[in-house]
Design a protein around this ligand. Structure first.
Ligand code: ADP
Ligand code: MG
Length: 676
């Protein structure tokens, strides 16, 4: 043990048993330092005491067997080196094979007994096991870790390297004693040891809980600090204004939920601190009208606002919508996107800087970079699930502490939302505009295709439009080739004379925009698309959607896709096409047929898929967690929340000396998220 070495700064290469070659392989697993190595947590454990008689094992299943080496065959040194040996217990024997691993072969001594873990293959007359993990009968530690591996690094090698790293260093604890006591946590070093090499199941559970606690605690502290950062004074404190001009000029009356959300925002904006709010509303719930109302409110207060979208096509759409709502009221709106010429951009920017523009709509990239406002007071971003914590932080640094509203159509169960958006207040649009007809949804198999095309044709002949979504199914075929072929095949159907457009991910943004614009203009009648149809695209005249290979999609994704139709007064239809008859698919299709509520669907999705898959980390923009599971660790979450609250209350910036370690933990977790 060495008190002076810092495992975070100690290159993994120098850990005993690693060396330069293995270090390179470990880099592939994201392991660079000794600390990375010991926090490469196992994905499970093998309990070598859970033994099955060989004669009782089934083929293609995983078992621990306890058996004696009865024969070692002569190795075969071909292109691949093959090492075989026979082992047996009282009931039967198994032929064991190792490839390229003389080390394992020599370790296993004739006449000695070992515990082997592996998959039984072969036949019932001759069972086999390839490359098992094994321990000696006399090994006192009978619970062994299993790791995510990479070629060239076996489980045993990795486990030994981790063990030598744990033995070499002493790991200080960033958590103070009072927290360890209060929440009954293992000290960090003990937790690290027991997560890899637990003496018992209880020790393992306790280690896992202790390490998860640290992660969730850091996460929640970080989010709370982000929130606390905004408890600075805003330079844009607003006054009460008469909004009736806006309300009475709208072509519809706002829903109760829209009005409530607008008022919640206005209330925030009248405070001394900047608004920092999430507007969550299912597809079609009318988030844009809320955004427009707030831009108008900012205008009445003599300030500028901006609405940012992730793509050019969405930016243009918002621009048109806002022009429709706000220009008649005398506001000047400007669009700032990549397709403007340099001269146009310069001109737009100088007008924005001079305060001649009231509302700037554009893509995030353009607005965040190099755009100076005269008096920006409100920043709205749309489709926030692509918009992570780090961008939120960057924004709050811009200008005079402007108010921030992020809009999201991703329905997240409320408890999760409170964590994922822990730094935001939340408004929810839980009411659809009146007169909206739920999309009629059906599930059929591919024998219906011809009929579906006729169905589309009928609508097209009546002036309407349709989407056909076709995800990639065959491996080895490119997405582009697949969608292109699909569109070509339509030329052999009743749709041959209909203007068909094609949209796939390999197209440049400008090409995609062109196609989408033509679809919006009703020049393209049927849009064949991979999954790239933009979230948020609003073409109310499109009333039929066909989703091919619907089994490929998660429920929430199906719901988002379906949200592209049903946006006008006409009854819309969504047809899910799948030949897949397994229970999981059938259940999901049923849910889609029966529900049009994004929150209900998200909950069902969670139940069916299990928590881990619900969101990739990418999507919610939070730092990556190594061990905790924000979906499964709910009880722990409320503990860490309580603890984080208590700490932040006493030391909002974590600057007291006794909290230095905790601050470091938080910074480390979030630094990973900023740099990725
Ligand atoms: P989303 O929340 O999915 O972004 P949009 O803002 O695109 O929804 O609105 C969907 C459609 O509903 C638009 O065509 C919009 O004009 C319309 N809309 C919004 N609010 C109302 C309302 N209160 N009554 C009727 N139609 C509305
Ligand atoms: Mg929208």
């Amino acid at each position: 043990m060495n008190e002076n070495l810092n495992p975070k700064e100690y290159s993994v290469e120098y850990v005993k048993g690693v060396g330069p070659k293995r270090a390179q392989l470990l880099n592939k697993l994201g392991i660079y330092s000794a600390m990375d190595l010991v926090t490469h947590y196992p994905r499970g454990h093998i309990d070598f005491t859970d033994i099955t008689d060989i004669s009782m094992t089934d083929l293609e299943e995983w078992y621990v067997i306890k058996a004696k080496v009865t024969h070692k065959y002569a190795p075969y040194f071909g292109r691949i080196h093959v090492f075989k040996l026979m082992v047996s217990d009282d009931t039967d024997d198994v032929l064991i094979t190792f490839f390229n691993s003389e080390y394992n072969f020599t370790q296993l001594k004739l006449g000695m007994t070992y515990h082997f873990y592996g998959k039984i293959t072969g036949t019932y007359l001759r069972r086999e096991m390839n490359s098992p993990i094994f321990i000696s009968e006399s090994d006192p530690a009978k619970i062994k870790p299993r790791y995510h591996l990479t070629t060239g690094i076996s489980n045993n090698i990795l486990s030994n390297c981790i063990k030598s790293a744990i033995d070499k260093f002493s790991f200080g604890d960033e958590l103070p004693a009072w927290i360890l006591d209060k929440y009954k946590l293992m000290p960090f070093e003990a937790a690290i040891r027991n997560i890899h090499f637990p003496a018992s199941k209880e020790n393992y559970d306790s280690a896992k809980r202790s390490l998860s606690f640290r992660e969730l605690f850091s996460l929640q502290l970080g989010l709370k600090m982000l929130k606390a950062r905004n408890v600075t004074y805003t330079g844009c404190k607003m006054e009460n204004k008469d909004m009736t001009g806006f309300y009475s000029s709208l072509p519809f009356s706002l829903t109760g939920a829209q009005l409530r959300s607008i008022n919640e925002c206005i209330n925030d904006m009248q405070g001394n601190t900047p608004m920092n709010r999430l507007l969550q509303g299912d597809v079609g719930s009318g988030k844009t009208a809320v955004a427009a109302a707030l831009c108008y409110y900012a205008y009445l207060n003599g300030t500028q606002s901006t609405l940012m979208a992730p793509t050019e096509i969405l930016a243009k759409q918002h621009y048109n919508t806002l022009c429709g709502f706000l220009e008649p009221l005398g506001l000047k709106i400007e669009l700032l996107t990549g397709s403007l010429t340099a001269a146009q951009k310069r001109k737009a920017r100088s007008m924005i800087a001079d305060g001649l523009v009231d509302v700037v709509v554009g893509t995030q990239a353009l607005i965040q970079k190099d755009t100076e406002f005269l008096n920006l007071s409100l920043v709205i971003t749309d489709e926030q699930h692509r918009f992570g914590v780090e961008q939120r932080a960057a924004l709050s640094d811009k200008g005079n502490n402007p108010h921030i509203l992020v809009m999201s159509a991703t329905p997240i169960p409320r408890t999760l939302g409170m964590i994922i958006y822990g730094d935001l207040d939340i408004s929810i649009l839980d009411e659809m505009p009146a007169g909206r007809l739920p999309v009629k949804t059906y599930a059929v198999d591919t024998s219906f295709r011809e009929r579906l095309y006729k169905f589309i044709l009928k609508y097209v002949n009546n002036g309407f439009q349709a989407y056909i979504v076709c995800p990639l199914i065959e491996e080895g075929v490119s997405e582009k080739a697949y969608a292109t072929k699909y569109a070509e095949d339509l030329l052999n159907t009743c749709l041959r004379d209909v203007p068909i457009g094609l949209l796939h991910g390999k197209m440049k943004q400008a090409e995609k925009d062109k196609v989408m614009q033509a679809f919006k203009n009703n020049e393209i009648k049927v849009l064949v698309s991979t999954t790239v149809i933009e979230v948020g695209v609003d073409v109310p005249n499109a009333v039929v959607m066909i989703i091919e290979n619907a089994e490929q999609f998660g429920l929430s994704q199906l719901h988002q896709l379906r949200g592209r139709v049903g946006r006008g007064k006409e009854q819309s239809h969504c047809i899910l096409v799948t030949d897949n008859k397994n229970d999981y698919t059938v259940q999901r299709m049923e849910i889609m047929k029966n529900s049009s509520d994004g929150f209900v669907i998200a909950n069902e999705d969670l139940k069916l898929r299990g928590p881990g898959d619900f969101f990739g980390n990418r999507q919610h923009g939070l730092p990556t967690l190594k061990i905790a599971d924000i979906y499964a660790d709910t009880p722990l979450l409320s503990l860490t929340n309580e603890c984080a609250e208590e700490l932040i209350k006493d030391d909002p910036t974590l600057s007291k000396p006794e909290n230095k370690g905790i601050k470091k933990m938080v910074d480390e977790l979030f630094s990973k998220c900023y740099s990725s």
